[in-house]
Design a protein around this ligand. Sequence first.
Ligand SMILES: [Fe+2]
Ligand SMILES: [Fe+2]
Length: 396
Amino acid sequence: MSLKLNPITFQSRKYTPFSLPPMASLRSPKFVVASVLNSGPKEVENVKKPFSPPLEVHVQVTHSMPPQKIELFKNLEDWAEQNVLVHLKPVEKCWQPQDFLPDPASEGFHDQVKELRERAKELPDDYFVVLVGDMITEEALPTYQTMLNTLDGVRDETGASLTSWAVWNRAWTAEENRHGDLLNKYLYLCGRVDMKQIEKTIQYLIGSGMDPRTENSPYLGFIYTSFQERATFISHGNTARHAKEHGDIKLAQICGTIASDEKRHETAYTKIVEKLFEIDPDGTILALADMMKKKISMPAHLMYDGRDNNLFEHFSAVTQRLGVYTAKDYADILEFLVGRWKVEELTGLSGEGRKAQDYVCGLTPRIRRLEERSQSRVKQTRVMPFSWIFDREVKL
Ligand SMILES: [Fe+2]
Ligand SMILES: [Fe+2]
Protein backbone atom coordinates (compact mmCIF):
# COMPACT_ATOMS: atom_id res chain seq x y z
CA MET A 1 0.00 0.00 0.00
CA SER A 2 1.44 3.36 -0.90
CA LEU A 3 0.91 6.43 1.21
CA LYS A 4 0.01 9.57 -0.62
CA LEU A 5 1.44 12.61 1.09
CA ASN A 6 -0.50 15.79 1.33
CA PRO A 7 0.55 17.83 -1.68
CA ILE A 8 -0.30 21.32 -0.46
CA THR A 9 2.21 23.91 0.63
CA PHE A 10 2.10 25.97 3.78
CA GLN A 11 0.70 29.43 3.52
CA SER A 12 -0.60 32.15 5.76
CA ARG A 13 -4.33 32.08 5.96
CA LYS A 14 -6.90 34.81 5.63
CA TYR A 15 -9.07 35.34 8.65
CA THR A 16 -12.69 36.30 9.02
CA PRO A 17 -13.47 38.88 11.68
CA PHE A 18 -14.70 36.19 14.04
CA SER A 19 -12.04 33.57 13.50
CA LEU A 20 -8.40 33.82 14.33
CA PRO A 21 -6.56 36.90 13.15
CA PRO A 22 -2.84 36.67 13.76
CA MET A 23 -2.58 40.38 14.47
CA ALA A 24 -3.53 42.13 17.71
CA SER A 25 -1.65 39.58 19.75
CA LEU A 26 0.24 40.55 22.85
CA ARG A 27 2.82 38.02 21.87
CA SER A 28 4.83 37.60 18.74
CA PRO A 29 2.43 36.65 15.97
CA LYS A 30 4.79 34.08 14.52
CA PHE A 31 3.45 30.85 13.20
CA VAL A 32 4.69 27.34 13.65
CA VAL A 33 3.85 24.03 12.12
CA ALA A 34 1.23 22.29 14.23
CA SER A 35 3.45 19.28 14.87
CA VAL A 36 5.72 21.15 17.31
CA LEU A 37 3.00 21.71 19.88
CA ASN A 38 4.98 20.47 22.87
CA SER A 39 8.19 22.31 22.35
CA GLY A 40 7.46 25.76 23.82
CA PRO A 41 8.00 29.03 22.01
CA LYS A 42 10.02 28.13 18.98
CA GLU A 43 9.64 28.97 15.37
CA VAL A 44 9.79 26.49 12.55
CA GLU A 45 10.04 27.67 8.98
CA ASN A 46 7.74 25.75 6.70
CA VAL A 47 9.26 22.38 7.45
CA LYS A 48 7.37 19.78 5.47
CA LYS A 49 7.27 16.36 7.06
CA PRO A 50 5.13 13.36 6.34
CA PHE A 51 1.86 13.65 8.30
CA SER A 52 2.49 17.31 9.11
CA PRO A 53 -0.85 19.02 9.61
CA PRO A 54 -1.68 20.98 6.47
CA LEU A 55 -2.33 24.35 8.12
CA GLU A 56 -0.27 26.61 10.34
CA VAL A 57 -0.70 27.45 14.00
CA HIS A 58 0.69 30.15 16.31
CA VAL A 59 3.82 29.84 18.41
CA GLN A 60 2.75 27.59 21.25
CA VAL A 61 2.90 29.14 24.71
CA THR A 62 2.65 26.62 27.53
CA HIS A 63 1.96 26.66 31.29
CA SER A 64 1.51 30.42 31.61
CA MET A 65 -0.54 30.10 34.82
CA PRO A 66 1.69 30.39 37.93
CA PRO A 67 1.94 26.87 39.42
CA GLN A 68 0.71 28.07 42.84
CA LYS A 69 -2.69 28.76 41.28
CA ILE A 70 -3.16 25.03 40.65
CA GLU A 71 -4.04 24.83 44.36
CA LEU A 72 -6.97 27.16 43.75
CA PHE A 73 -8.57 24.62 41.41
CA LYS A 74 -7.94 21.77 43.85
CA ASN A 75 -9.73 23.81 46.51
CA LEU A 76 -12.69 24.24 44.17
CA GLU A 77 -13.28 20.48 43.86
CA ASP A 78 -16.26 20.42 46.23
CA TRP A 79 -17.66 23.61 44.80
CA ALA A 80 -17.46 22.09 41.30
CA GLU A 81 -19.25 18.97 42.47
CA GLN A 82 -22.15 21.01 43.82
CA ASN A 83 -22.25 23.71 41.17
CA VAL A 84 -20.91 22.31 37.91
CA LEU A 85 -21.70 18.59 37.87
CA VAL A 86 -25.36 19.44 38.50
CA HIS A 87 -25.51 20.70 34.92
CA LEU A 88 -24.86 17.23 33.54
CA LYS A 89 -27.82 15.04 32.69
CA PRO A 90 -27.96 11.40 33.81
CA VAL A 91 -27.51 9.11 30.79
CA GLU A 92 -30.94 7.55 31.30
CA LYS A 93 -32.55 10.98 30.97
CA CYS A 94 -30.52 12.01 27.92
CA TRP A 95 -31.77 11.95 24.35
CA GLN A 96 -29.85 9.69 21.98
CA PRO A 97 -29.32 10.10 18.22
CA GLN A 98 -31.57 7.12 17.58
CA ASP A 99 -34.53 9.07 19.02
CA PHE A 100 -34.40 11.32 15.93
CA LEU A 101 -33.46 8.86 13.20
CA PRO A 102 -35.20 6.10 11.21
CA ASP A 103 -35.10 2.87 13.22
CA PRO A 104 -33.04 0.32 11.27
CA ALA A 105 -34.68 -2.54 13.19
CA SER A 106 -38.21 -1.52 12.24
CA GLU A 107 -40.35 -2.60 9.29
CA GLY A 108 -40.87 1.01 8.32
CA PHE A 109 -37.17 1.83 8.07
CA HIS A 110 -37.09 2.23 4.29
CA ASP A 111 -40.19 4.43 4.27
CA GLN A 112 -38.77 6.60 7.05
CA VAL A 113 -35.51 7.04 5.13
CA LYS A 114 -37.49 7.92 2.01
CA GLU A 115 -39.41 10.59 3.91
CA LEU A 116 -36.19 12.00 5.36
CA ARG A 117 -34.72 12.23 1.86
CA GLU A 118 -37.84 13.88 0.45
CA ARG A 119 -37.65 16.56 3.14
CA ALA A 120 -33.91 17.05 2.52
CA LYS A 121 -34.61 17.81 -1.16
CA GLU A 122 -36.23 21.08 -0.07
CA LEU A 123 -33.06 22.36 1.57
CA PRO A 124 -30.62 24.47 -0.49
CA ASP A 125 -26.96 23.64 -1.08
CA ASP A 126 -25.67 26.52 1.06
CA TYR A 127 -27.66 25.18 3.99
CA PHE A 128 -25.91 21.83 3.59
CA VAL A 129 -22.48 23.50 3.53
CA VAL A 130 -23.27 25.05 6.91
CA LEU A 131 -24.75 21.87 8.37
CA VAL A 132 -21.79 19.80 7.17
CA GLY A 133 -19.31 22.31 8.64
CA ASP A 134 -21.19 22.19 11.94
CA MET A 135 -21.18 18.40 11.89
CA ILE A 136 -17.44 18.27 11.15
CA THR A 137 -16.84 20.70 14.02
CA GLU A 138 -18.75 18.38 16.36
CA GLU A 139 -16.98 15.29 15.01
CA ALA A 140 -13.56 16.66 16.00
CA LEU A 141 -14.55 15.97 19.62
CA PRO A 142 -11.34 14.00 20.40
CA THR A 143 -9.51 17.30 19.96
CA TYR A 144 -11.76 19.14 22.41
CA GLN A 145 -11.41 16.49 25.09
CA THR A 146 -7.65 16.68 24.57
CA MET A 147 -7.84 20.46 24.86
CA LEU A 148 -9.67 20.24 28.20
CA ASN A 149 -7.07 17.77 29.39
CA THR A 150 -4.24 20.19 28.59
CA LEU A 151 -5.48 22.48 31.39
CA ASP A 152 -3.32 22.49 34.54
CA GLY A 153 -5.13 21.69 37.77
CA VAL A 154 -8.32 20.36 36.16
CA ARG A 155 -7.13 17.70 33.72
CA ASP A 156 -8.10 14.03 34.01
CA GLU A 157 -4.79 12.65 35.28
CA THR A 158 -5.58 8.98 34.75
CA GLY A 159 -8.39 8.65 32.23
CA ALA A 160 -10.75 7.63 35.01
CA SER A 161 -9.92 10.19 37.67
CA LEU A 162 -12.64 10.86 40.24
CA THR A 163 -11.97 14.57 40.72
CA SER A 164 -14.99 16.74 39.90
CA TRP A 165 -13.08 18.40 37.07
CA ALA A 166 -12.20 15.06 35.46
CA VAL A 167 -15.72 13.70 35.92
CA TRP A 168 -17.04 16.83 34.19
CA ASN A 169 -14.52 16.55 31.32
CA ARG A 170 -15.52 12.97 30.54
CA ALA A 171 -19.25 13.41 30.98
CA TRP A 172 -19.24 16.63 28.94
CA THR A 173 -17.42 14.76 26.18
CA ALA A 174 -19.91 11.91 26.37
CA GLU A 175 -22.83 14.31 26.03
CA GLU A 176 -21.18 16.15 23.16
CA ASN A 177 -20.42 12.88 21.38
CA ARG A 178 -24.11 12.56 20.54
CA HIS A 179 -24.03 15.79 18.52
CA GLY A 180 -21.63 14.71 15.81
CA ASP A 181 -23.11 11.24 15.85
CA LEU A 182 -26.65 12.49 15.18
CA LEU A 183 -25.69 15.03 12.50
CA ASN A 184 -23.38 12.52 10.81
CA LYS A 185 -26.09 9.87 10.58
CA TYR A 186 -28.65 12.38 9.37
CA LEU A 187 -26.32 13.65 6.65
CA TYR A 188 -25.42 10.10 5.61
CA LEU A 189 -29.08 9.21 5.16
CA CYS A 190 -30.15 12.41 3.41
CA GLY A 191 -28.22 11.60 0.24
CA ARG A 192 -27.35 15.22 -0.52
CA VAL A 193 -23.68 15.29 0.48
CA ASP A 194 -20.37 13.65 -0.44
CA MET A 195 -19.75 11.53 2.65
CA LYS A 196 -16.25 10.47 1.65
CA GLN A 197 -15.08 14.09 1.31
CA ILE A 198 -16.70 14.90 4.64
CA GLU A 199 -15.03 11.94 6.31
CA LYS A 200 -11.67 13.00 4.89
CA THR A 201 -12.19 16.49 6.30
CA ILE A 202 -12.90 15.02 9.74
CA GLN A 203 -9.74 12.91 9.58
CA TYR A 204 -7.63 15.90 8.52
CA LEU A 205 -9.16 18.05 11.24
CA ILE A 206 -8.63 15.60 14.10
CA GLY A 207 -5.07 15.07 12.83
CA SER A 208 -4.48 18.84 12.88
CA GLY A 209 -5.95 19.56 16.32
CA MET A 210 -6.81 23.10 17.28
CA ASP A 211 -4.98 26.23 18.34
CA PRO A 212 -7.10 27.97 20.99
CA ARG A 213 -4.01 29.56 22.65
CA THR A 214 -5.20 28.69 26.13
CA GLU A 215 -1.65 27.96 27.35
CA ASN A 216 -2.65 25.12 29.74
CA SER A 217 -4.43 27.74 31.85
CA PRO A 218 -7.92 26.83 33.09
CA TYR A 219 -8.61 30.58 33.34
CA LEU A 220 -8.09 30.92 29.59
CA GLY A 221 -9.56 27.47 28.88
CA PHE A 222 -12.87 28.07 30.67
CA ILE A 223 -13.25 31.53 29.13
CA TYR A 224 -12.73 29.88 25.76
CA THR A 225 -15.29 27.12 26.41
CA SER A 226 -17.83 29.64 27.78
CA PHE A 227 -17.55 31.57 24.55
CA GLN A 228 -17.64 28.46 22.37
CA GLU A 229 -20.63 26.81 23.97
CA ARG A 230 -22.62 29.99 23.46
CA ALA A 231 -21.36 30.23 19.86
CA THR A 232 -22.51 26.68 19.12
CA PHE A 233 -25.82 27.32 20.92
CA ILE A 234 -26.38 30.24 18.54
CA SER A 235 -25.33 28.44 15.36
CA HIS A 236 -27.27 25.21 16.01
CA GLY A 237 -30.25 27.36 16.99
CA ASN A 238 -30.00 29.14 13.66
CA THR A 239 -29.68 25.94 11.59
CA ALA A 240 -32.83 24.78 13.41
CA ARG A 241 -34.63 28.00 12.46
CA HIS A 242 -33.56 27.68 8.81
CA ALA A 243 -34.65 24.03 8.63
CA LYS A 244 -38.07 25.07 9.93
CA GLU A 245 -38.29 27.85 7.36
CA HIS A 246 -37.57 25.28 4.65
CA GLY A 247 -40.35 23.08 6.03
CA ASP A 248 -38.16 20.40 7.63
CA ILE A 249 -39.54 20.23 11.15
CA LYS A 250 -37.68 17.03 11.99
CA LEU A 251 -34.29 18.49 11.10
CA ALA A 252 -35.24 21.62 13.03
CA GLN A 253 -35.87 19.39 16.04
CA ILE A 254 -32.45 17.73 15.61
CA CYS A 255 -30.57 21.04 15.50
CA GLY A 256 -32.69 22.57 18.26
CA THR A 257 -32.08 19.64 20.57
CA ILE A 258 -28.33 19.94 20.08
CA ALA A 259 -28.57 23.70 20.71
CA SER A 260 -30.26 23.09 24.05
CA ASP A 261 -27.34 20.86 25.17
CA GLU A 262 -24.94 23.65 24.21
CA LYS A 263 -26.95 26.08 26.32
CA ARG A 264 -26.67 23.80 29.36
CA HIS A 265 -22.92 23.50 28.82
CA GLU A 266 -22.63 27.27 28.46
CA THR A 267 -24.34 27.64 31.83
CA ALA A 268 -21.79 25.34 33.48
CA TYR A 269 -18.71 26.98 31.97
CA THR A 270 -19.88 30.54 32.59
CA LYS A 271 -20.56 29.58 36.21
CA ILE A 272 -16.95 28.39 36.58
CA VAL A 273 -15.64 31.69 35.23
CA GLU A 274 -18.07 33.61 37.44
CA LYS A 275 -16.55 31.77 40.42
CA LEU A 276 -13.03 32.63 39.24
CA PHE A 277 -14.03 36.30 39.07
CA GLU A 278 -15.28 36.00 42.65
CA ILE A 279 -12.11 34.50 44.11
CA ASP A 280 -9.47 35.99 41.80
CA PRO A 281 -10.90 39.02 39.99
CA ASP A 282 -7.50 40.32 38.92
CA GLY A 283 -6.25 37.04 37.45
CA THR A 284 -9.57 36.44 35.71
CA ILE A 285 -9.94 39.87 34.11
CA LEU A 286 -6.34 39.62 32.85
CA ALA A 287 -7.19 36.22 31.35
CA LEU A 288 -10.36 37.55 29.71
CA ALA A 289 -8.49 40.50 28.18
CA ASP A 290 -5.74 38.15 26.99
CA MET A 291 -8.22 35.79 25.29
CA MET A 292 -10.05 38.66 23.64
CA LYS A 293 -6.82 40.25 22.38
CA LYS A 294 -5.89 36.94 20.79
CA LYS A 295 -9.47 36.58 19.53
CA ILE A 296 -11.52 33.47 20.14
CA SER A 297 -10.66 31.06 17.34
CA MET A 298 -13.34 28.67 16.18
CA PRO A 299 -12.66 25.06 17.20
CA ALA A 300 -12.56 23.80 13.61
CA HIS A 301 -10.41 26.61 12.23
CA LEU A 302 -7.81 24.11 10.97
CA MET A 303 -10.29 22.26 8.75
CA TYR A 304 -9.08 21.01 5.37
CA ASP A 305 -10.62 18.65 2.83
CA GLY A 306 -7.51 17.82 0.82
CA ARG A 307 -8.40 20.47 -1.77
CA ASP A 308 -9.32 23.88 -0.44
CA ASN A 309 -6.54 25.61 1.52
CA ASN A 310 -9.01 28.18 2.83
CA LEU A 311 -11.88 25.85 3.57
CA PHE A 312 -12.63 27.29 7.00
CA GLU A 313 -12.78 30.84 5.65
CA HIS A 314 -15.09 29.75 2.86
CA PHE A 315 -17.32 27.81 5.25
CA SER A 316 -17.35 30.84 7.62
CA ALA A 317 -18.31 33.14 4.77
CA VAL A 318 -21.37 30.98 4.08
CA THR A 319 -22.37 30.86 7.76
CA GLN A 320 -22.00 34.66 7.84
CA ARG A 321 -24.07 35.17 4.68
CA LEU A 322 -26.85 32.87 5.85
CA GLY A 323 -26.82 34.47 9.30
CA VAL A 324 -26.09 31.17 11.04
CA TYR A 325 -23.00 32.52 12.81
CA THR A 326 -21.82 36.05 12.16
CA ALA A 327 -19.40 38.73 13.29
CA LYS A 328 -22.39 40.34 15.01
CA ASP A 329 -22.88 37.12 17.00
CA TYR A 330 -19.24 37.35 18.10
CA ALA A 331 -19.84 40.85 19.47
CA ASP A 332 -23.16 39.78 21.02
CA ILE A 333 -21.48 36.86 22.83
CA LEU A 334 -18.80 39.14 24.24
CA GLU A 335 -21.42 41.64 25.37
CA PHE A 336 -23.43 38.85 26.98
CA LEU A 337 -20.41 37.45 28.85
CA VAL A 338 -19.26 40.89 30.04
CA GLY A 339 -22.75 41.36 31.48
CA ARG A 340 -22.98 37.81 32.84
CA TRP A 341 -19.69 38.22 34.71
CA LYS A 342 -20.46 41.80 35.76
CA VAL A 343 -17.09 42.89 34.40
CA GLU A 344 -17.95 46.58 34.54
CA GLU A 345 -18.70 46.37 38.25
CA LEU A 346 -15.43 44.71 39.31
CA THR A 347 -13.68 46.62 42.06
CA GLY A 348 -10.39 46.35 43.93
CA LEU A 349 -8.37 45.55 40.82
CA SER A 350 -4.67 46.26 40.37
CA GLY A 351 -3.57 48.88 37.86
CA GLU A 352 -3.07 46.20 35.25
CA GLY A 353 -6.43 44.69 36.12
CA ARG A 354 -8.19 48.02 35.65
CA LYS A 355 -6.54 48.43 32.25
CA ALA A 356 -7.73 44.96 31.26
CA GLN A 357 -11.24 45.83 32.51
CA ASP A 358 -11.30 49.02 30.42
CA TYR A 359 -10.09 47.11 27.39
CA VAL A 360 -12.73 44.40 27.69
CA CYS A 361 -15.55 46.86 28.40
CA GLY A 362 -14.67 48.98 25.39
CA LEU A 363 -14.27 46.07 23.03
CA THR A 364 -17.86 45.27 22.03
CA PRO A 365 -18.57 48.72 20.54
CA ARG A 366 -15.21 48.59 18.73
CA ILE A 367 -16.00 45.21 17.18
CA ARG A 368 -19.45 46.47 16.17
CA ARG A 369 -17.98 49.57 14.48
CA LEU A 370 -15.47 47.44 12.55
CA GLU A 371 -18.26 45.10 11.54
CA GLU A 372 -20.48 47.96 10.32
CA ARG A 373 -17.60 49.36 8.31
CA SER A 374 -16.90 46.01 6.65
CA GLN A 375 -20.61 45.55 5.91
CA SER A 376 -20.80 48.91 4.17
CA ARG A 377 -17.92 48.09 1.85
CA VAL A 378 -19.05 46.99 -1.59
CA LYS A 379 -18.67 43.26 -1.78
CA GLN A 380 -18.02 41.27 -4.89
CA THR A 381 -20.16 38.23 -5.21
CA ARG A 382 -17.93 35.20 -5.18
CA VAL A 383 -18.88 31.61 -5.60
CA MET A 384 -16.90 28.62 -4.40
CA PRO A 385 -17.22 24.92 -5.11
CA PHE A 386 -17.45 22.80 -1.95
CA SER A 387 -16.23 19.22 -2.17
CA TRP A 388 -18.74 18.28 0.58
CA ILE A 389 -21.56 18.79 -1.93
CA PHE A 390 -19.88 17.22 -4.96
CA ASP A 391 -18.15 20.47 -5.96
CA ARG A 392 -21.38 22.31 -6.53
CA GLU A 393 -20.83 26.06 -6.24
CA VAL A 394 -22.19 28.14 -3.42
CA LYS A 395 -22.22 31.91 -3.00
CA LEU A 396 -19.84 33.18 -0.29
FE1 LIG B 1 -21.74 20.20 20.50
FE1 LIG C 1 -20.65 22.19 22.99
